[in-house]
Design a protein around this ligand. Structure first.
Ligand SMILES: Cc1ncc(COP(=O)(O)O)c(C=O)c1O
Length: 454
């Protein structure tokens, strides 16, 4: 990501704050650093999964446990979490209904490779909330999107996938791509340059660009988040998603709305609240429970195709979906408990009000410091828009992804007991946060701004 410059940031002040805060961070996380040095001998970068080291420009810390919106590190520091594991932990740490349901499931049999009774509760409830009738489980949103792409390719007998600049749909070769003068190319190392060419990338909120791509009549699937959440926040223009649906139907492509993040912005997700029409919906990140599972919903027409083309182990071979640990008793128990006890209309009302409080607090701080900036706001999600207008596409959003500003803020906040969002996101309210957590975050953010803006 580039590091664009907001005129209002004093770069020298930012650099000296970063230097000071990095030193303080290292001093207060000595045990974590010693552990990581040892761990580097048995795990690349000292972490069990590379992103844990690649997501921040400061060293990692070692987590020891958590409760509600807080977690602790090896040195005994406590952090109020506004990253919430990039939306995989929006229920908070140790959420009772989840802990109880998952413990019961593990005790009675974590998995049977057979359906369990609660699966029908979960899928009926999702059908009611989201509006798509049929559902399948996977282990991750990446895997859900992979299956959606395969099904769409089979149904349309086409190969190409239409994605949008600023997108992220998981660790899939088709999605880890970027536009270049020579067409679509991989954006990360180790993915297939050939598969990258199966993806077409156009700007979000531009129906003409989408139509120009669809006109080639070779797109199997159009896939987008209903609001882009992986380049801060880009909202769809009024009518844009309906237009995309109409265009995908006109040119024979299927449409997937990826709600791996946005399902947690509103009851029923943005598809359910906006009554958005589509062929697939992806849900992910264990619905915020912290348990590894994801789901995708589909229309009855798509489900009919799945049923007709079931993959039989001894043949005939069918649609390439599924995995040995998908749809486990644990995943289904977590999903049911989340839907019944946490992801309730009242729960969403509460985090929406807290999200508003966070955005209002940040905007008041911007004003106090004479900044013409805006605070992103969508349900529980907020963030720093370093411009007077909200972005309408990824190119504009990137101007607010000022990595020097974000990285310095992260360390400053960590030293004051707040675990801030990763660079591409924004602080997110969890179901476990209290109003005082929000107010304290804003107070510290205000203190940070006081040191680095002019
Ligand atoms: C919109 C969206 N889809 C899919 C994914 C992939 O999720 P996972 O990494 O859990 O497979 C992400 C991850 O951030 C995402 O933001």
């Amino acid at each position: 990501m580039s590091a664009p410059a907001s005129d209002h940031i004093d770069r020298a002040a930012l650099a000296s704050l970063r230097f000071r805060e990095d030193a303080a961070f290292k001093a207060r996380t000595r045990k974590s650093q010693a552990w990581l040095a040892r761990a580097g001998k048995s795990m690349p970068n000292g972490v069990p999964m590379a992103w844990m080291a690649g997501l921040f420009r400061h060293n990692s810390i070692v987590a020891t446990g958590g409760a509600g919106p807080h977690f602790n590190d090896l040195d005994g520091n406590t952090y109020c979490d506004f990253n919430v594991c990039d939306l995989a932990m929006t229920m908070g740490y140790g959420a009772k209904p989840i802990a109880e349901a998952v413990s019961r499931a593990v005790t009675s049999g974590a998995h049977f490779l057979l359906p369990v009774e609660d699966a029908v509760f979960v899928t009926e409830e999702l059908a009611r909330r989201v509006g798509l009738p049929c559902w399948q489980f996977t282990l991750s949103a990446s895997a859900a999107n992979t299956e959606v792409m395969r099904i769409a390719r089979f149904i349309t007998r086409r190969n190409k996938i239409l994605v949008f600049d600023g997108q992220y749909h998981g660790h899939i070769d088709e999605s880890l791509v970027t536009p270049s003068a020579s067409g679509t190319v991989p954006v990360q190392l180790g993915t297939s340059a050939r598969i990258a060419q199966d993806s077409v990338i156009v700007p979000f909120n531009d129906l003409d660009a989408a139509e120009a791509a669809l006109k080639a009549n070779d797109i199997a699937l159009v896939i987008t988040e209903p609001a882009l959440t992986n380049c801060l926040l880009v909202e769809p223009a009024p009518g844009y998603l309906a237009g995309l649906r109409a265009l995908s139907q006109k040119y024979g492509a299927l449409l997937c709305l990826d709600e791996a993040h946005t399902f947690q912005f509103a009851y029923g997700g943005l598809v359910g609240t906006g009554k958005l029409a589509c062929d697939f919906v992806t849900l992910g990140k264990g619905l915020g429970t912290g348990i590894s599972f994801a789901l995708y919903g589909m229309s009855r027409d798509v489900a009919d195709v799945m049923e007709k083309h079931l993959d039989i182990d001894i043949g005939p071979k069918g649609l390439a979906t599924g995995g040995t640990t998908y749809g486990s008793n644990v995943a289904i128990a977590a999903a049911r408990a989340a839907l019944e006890h946490v992801l309730t209309p009242q729960g969403y009302d509460r985090i929406t009000a807290l999200g508003q409080r966070l955005a209002d607090g940040l905007e008041a701080a911007f004003k106090r410091h004479g900044l013409p900036w805006r605070a992103f706001r969508h349900g529980p999600r907020s963030g720093y828009c370093l411009e007077p207008e909200f972005p309408t596409n990824a190119e504009a959003a990137t101007r607010s992804i000022d990595t020097d500003f974000i990285d310095a803020r992260r360390v400053f906040m960590a030293n004051r007991g707040f675990w801030d969002a990763v660079a591409s996101a924004g602080p997110q309210v969890s179901f476990a946060h209290q109003p005082a957590d929000i107010d304290l975050y804003v107070t510290q953010a205000d203190g940070f701004l006081g040191e680095v803006v002019r």
